[in-house]
Write a protein that binds this ligand. Structure first.
Ligand code: ZN
Ligand code: ZN
Length: 244
């Protein structure tokens, strides 16, 4: 074994703070710098090749678009397109949960690398060079200590040489959690949630929204609508996870 000071440091850290896989809680090898064990990491599922050309929904039986996007007039959708790095599953849920609620801000590094890889995988995102994190309501940000989407957006922008739009929009309403709501209720719950605070940063630009999980896209659609009202030329979204 090649013992150097870094390894000794890692070993001591491991003895002091035994590290376990964030999902299955099995011990990680002491030299591991990963948050998941190899089995759980291998269980992460990338967005399948077969997905809706507009909203990125995985499509079991193929086709160009999902049922909802099929026949939709393009002017009826504020979001031009949405893509995700992964499909939402139990292993990814553990990672995102630790990132958001357990003060594991260090997870921003591997998670933003996954976002960067997804940005490269979907060339249709290339024209969207102005990155905007979905804003959190100030009360929620204070409670959590940080906005997870902001961290991801910063790192993606740095890695891919994109322009980061800071404080260009804010969350005016502290909306209730969307989890137990239907698709229609979610859209209603989000109505009026966002304000553009610096329209000069938005006008005429193609904007890429960053968020952790996309479900019905109601949050992203609402924000995209507000951006387009303020003169955005186009709005796309890239999220870590897509919940089918
Ligand atoms: Zn595991
Ligand atoms: Zn679709």
């Amino acid at each position: 074994m090649n013992f150097n000071f870094t390894n000794i440091g890692k070993y001591l850290l491991h003895v002091l703070l035994p590290r376990t896989c964030l999902h299955c809680l099995k011990d990680l090898p002491w030299e591991s710098a990963r948050a998941l064990c190899p089995g759980c990491e291998g269980a992460l599922e990338g967005l399948p090749e077969l997905h809706c050309a507009r909203c990125g929904l995985p499509l079991k039986y193929g086709g160009a678009t999902c049922y909802d996007c099929h026949g939709r007039k393009s002017e009826a959708a504020n979001l031009d397109l949405a893509r995700s790095a992964f499909v939402f599953n139990a292993e990814l849920r553990s990672l995102i949960h630790a990132f958001k609620y357990s003060q594991m801000e260090s997870l921003a590094v591997p998670l933003s690398e996954a976002l960067s890889a997804a940005f490269d995988r979907f060339p249709e995102l290339k024209d969207y060079k102005f990155v905007l994190a979905v804003p959190l309501h100030p009360a929620k940000k204070k409670e959590r200590g940080f906005n997870q989407s902001e961290l991801l957006a910063q790192k993606l922008a740095a890695a891919k040489h994109l322009f980061l739009l800071e404080n260009a929009a804010s969350r005016a309403l502290n909306t209730k959690p969307q989890v137990s709501l239907s698709k229609e209720e979610r859209a209603l719950n989000m109505r009026g949630a966002f304000r553009v605070t610096r329209p000069e940063l938005i006008k005429g630009r193609n904007i890429l929204l960053i968020d952790d999980v996309a479900t019905t896209l109601s949050t992203l659609e609402e924000l995209a609508g507000e951006l387009k009202k303020n003169g955005a030329k186009g709005v796309a979204a890239l999220t870590l996870a897509r919940e089918p």
